[in-house]
Design a protein around this ligand. Sequence first.
Ligand code: SIN
Length: 528
Amino acid sequence: MPITEIKRAGLAAAVKVARQRSTAGRFSQRNMATAVDVTAKLTDKSLFKQTALVGAQQVTSSKVFEVTDPATQAVIGTVPDLDVAAVDAAIDTAHDAFVSFRGTSPFERARVLQRWNALMLENIDDLATILTYENGKPLAEAKGEIRYSASFLEWFAGEAPRAYGDVLNTSVSGHRALTIKQPVGVVSVLTPWNFPAAMITRKVSAAVAAGCTVVIKPDAETPYSALALAELARRAGVPDGVLNVVTTKTALAEVGQLMCADERVKKLSFTGSTAVGKLLMAQSSASLKKLSFELGGNAPFIVFDDVDVDEAVAALVACKFRGSGQTCVCANRVLVHTRVYDEFVEKLVRAVSGFTVGNGFADGVTHGPLIHARALDKVTHHVADAVAHGGEIRIGGSKLPGVGKLFFAPTVVANATPAMAVAHEETFGPLAAVFRFETENEALALANDADVGLASYVITNDVRRALRVAESLQFGMVGVNTGIISDCATPFGGVKFSGFGREGSKYGMEEYMVVKTVTLGGMPPYAS
Ligand code: SIN
């Protein structure tokens, strides 16, 4: 059924929208207010930085770009639109700072990370406010991200002194060998807009713990969280030049090319799309730098027929609609056993009808806008394509122009099939497409039919099946009986076109270190 007919049938917009008062109502008009004063909501106004940071210098430029609130399109500020020369200078600064920073004690680095963690938590309200302004996620969810973000600082403060080497016996008698782990050098960090704070600390805290210096390029949609975190890092005692933040929009391609090709940069860590990951890898080949990439996903969420359906729905809601569906680990294909299918869909629709969509600052709002028009177009296309292939919209299914330009109703589509675009591409939006399966093998075949492999989920009470399916899923991460798998203590990363390398956990620091072998000759077995 075409979307227009579904709308006519009254099925489309059953999701609640926040009462439009104050900013939300005003800005949902065309030509809405052009600017807001972000600092009006901040206790510490100096956390809202509109300058880049290189060494100790707050860098300005005659060329700037505007950053807007996705809920309202109001301009929230500007930041320098730096060119390649400015980014080259930042790499130089990080390169100089590395000479002394690599020699600091890991205990010293741990103390700095601990102080940075404490400062983040002390300033959680301001950081969350900045995050909601630039990303749109509801304030409570933004606070959750700040806590998640800070947890990486706490975690890697603990890991810093534990970068142990080994003492090895060798095949040559009279030889001994040691391994020591050393920081790789200057690191370029390219972060996305969907977790403006957490993706910074997940990378940077591991790099700093290892003794590396960094140049961060946050996404142009969300530079302010990165700049606020850098200010807190400075206050925590991160030495000048260790953490640099460059902002750019028009020179993005050239800056990316520089970060890949420059031989002073020894490591590049990127979170973003598979297409960009492939480009960055090609561009890094001449400099042969260390890479870690966290790229796109297309997560299957498999629900077997032995489960408590309410619990399965709650797990899916937490997983699918986090950040309005804009995370790399959001479920994209919901595979439900035919025996519980109807009950599952019905309860899912009921749960979604309890959402409140609106401006992230409005009371009671559970889901915010999408980040930009391209994101909205993709969800719209996936819904239309699903309907064209026999999908049935059970709730949502359309944009919410009355709420704002970038809002899409959380949507459930039943009767999803592999013929649909949503089966093969990540929607990155609030669309839950529910597929039906009859056997475990069928579910696994559907789940593994993807060129990416980041997160996956299985919901079952059968412990043997849980392990069998978890081992058979071709994904870097599997959530069993949970929709939430992200944690500072567990390795985060994918296989196939979802990239390589692991962030967080005891493995995360390895990405920023190199193992050096020291072989000692002339060692008699015992002194005589
Ligand atoms: C991502 O979407 O890239 C990160 C999600 C997470 O850390 O949970």
